[in-house]
Ligand binder design. Structure first.
Ligand SMILES: [Mg+2]
Length: 124
């Protein structure tokens, strides 16, 4: 499964990559903002996107709104901080399929991915 990591923090992307590697996910690509993510969406055709909210150039919320408006159905897991938790409802309304609160454990990430892909497969 191809996973696109979208976060302006290289450190966070590296942590996510390590977690995903433990879960045997090796087809990973990265983007540092929404603009780059739009390009990667075309080039890499991910099966899943892990999306940060706060980023320069184009934030995660705008990216999400943009791709859903364009009919892109790729599952999106919004990665929020504890302080941004109130934005979860907004993200779900904009078309996020799930969310995870940073920092997350390997177990939590595994659960969220499984949950999300099951939901999407069931058409929910
Ligand atoms: Mg950020």
């Amino acid at each position: 499964m191809k996973i696109l990591l979208v976060d302006d923090s290289r450190t966070i992307r590296n942590i996510q990559k390590n977690i995903l590697a433990k879960l045997e996910h090796k087809e990973i690509d990265e983007a540092a903002d929404g603009v780059e993510a739009l390009v990667k969406l075309d080039e890499f055709s991910p099966d899943l996107i892990l999306l940060d909210w706060n980023m320069p150039n184009m934030d995660g919320y705008t990216f999400l709104q943009t791709i859903r408006k364009n009919g892109v159905k790729t599952p999106v897991i919004m990665c929020t901080t504890e302080a941004e938790k109130t934005r979860v409802v907004q993200a779900i309304q904009a078309g996020a399929n799930n969310y995870v609160v940073k920092p997350f454990s390997t177990e939590t990430m595994a659960e969220k991915i499984e949950q999300t892909m099951k939901k999407v497969a069931a058409g929910a």
